[in-house]
Design a protein. Structure first.
Length: 281
């Protein structure tokens, strides 16, 4: 069984991106810039944002964090986003979620210019992705996709089963695999027989949030299994896939932690660089 090492894949991707940033600097005499807006002082969000800033700086991006208290009025946040949309030194804008209740998440997402939408949440990017056009792609499914492609470069005709249909993970993942000519089934909480669906799959991507939902006897021999889930349990962090059981049948499997997670931030950097490149065209 191939244990898909997300840390290694992310380190390699970051090395490539670092090289690319150096080339872009020589070519354009400037580097891509990522601006993150953080609202409130929720500990996990603060940690995520700090990690994103550190990673951005490591590959040579210009990085900035704008902090607002959680009492900030929505219109001030929207105004700041509009300013950033106009700022040529900013290639990518990310508003860290979740937001305080009085701020409308969808309004925030739609105010970010689709050209600077490094999270790939803007409806224009969602539409472009589903139409098969160039777009920003949400970072976590993009990371999963890159890891799958490393194991199996030709995905044409493969049967993929996505467990979970969130806008963040399941749906964009399905679009990415459709574009690769996979036959894709998207399953969810109302799916009748999840085990039977999974047993058909050459590729399973689990993004549910239920500890060890996907069992060993749900997985076809030699399937590629990507575990997006991060679940805190009494036994520590576990994914949506029963790792010990599935590792006995799968051809390749991501661990939790150390699988999908590290690739997510690396893909945010990739998206920032891609936005910069599109803006220079
Ligand atoms: P979500 O709660 O938005 O969506 C979960 C999906 O699972 C829904 O579509 C729901 O229909 C489906 N579902 C629920 N119960 C099911 C069942 N019994 N059978 C089949 N489908 C079922 O979750 P999300 O934001 O996509 O996150 C999923 C998991 O991925 C969470 O554990 C989250 O912490 C993790 N996550 C990890 C990363 C990372 O970087 N590794 C990033 C984002 C999310």
């Amino acid at each position: 069984m191939i244990l898909i090492d997300g840390k290694k894949a992310a380190t390699e991707l970051r090395q490539e991106l670092k090289q690319e940033v150096m080339q872009l600097k020589t070519q354009h005499n400037k580097v891509p810039g990522l601006t993150v807006i953080l609202i409130g002082d929720m500990a996990p969000s603060q940690i995520y944002v700090k990690n994103k800033e550190k990673a951005a700086k490591e590959v040579g991006l210009k990085s900035e964090i704008i902090k607002f208290p959680d009492t900030i009025e929505e219109n001030i946040v929207l105004k700041k986003i509009e300013e950033l949309n106009e700022d040529v030194s900013v290639s990518g804008i990310l508003v860290q979620l979740p937001l305080p209740k009085h701020i409308d998440k969808q309004k925030v997402i739609e105010t970010i210019s689709p050209l600077k939408d490094v999270d790939g949440f803007h409806p224009m990017n969602v539409g472009n992705l589903s139409s098969g056009y160039e777009s920003s792609v949400p970072c976590t499914p993009l990371g999963c996709y890159l890891m799958i492609k490393k194991i199996e470069p030709n995905l044409s005709g493969k049967k993929a089963v996505i467990v979970g249909r969130s806008n963040l993970n399941g749906k964009p993942m399905a679009q990415l695999l459709l574009k690769e000519n996979c036959t894709v089934t998207v399953t969810h909480s109302k799916t009748k027989d999840l085990k039977t669906e999974c047993l058909e799959a050459d590729i399973i991507v689990a993004a549910v949030g239920i500890p060890e939902l996907v069992k060993g006897d749900w997985v076809k021999k030699d399937a590629i299994v990507i575990d997006v889930g991060i679940n805190k349990t009494e036994n520590g962090l576990v994914g949506d896939v029963a790792f010990d059981e599935v590792s006995k049948v799968a051809k390749a499997l991501t661990p939790v932690p150390g699988g999908v997670g590290p690739m997510t931030i690396a893909c945010l950097l990739k998206n920032t660089i891609d936005c910069f490149k599109r803006s220079q065209k």
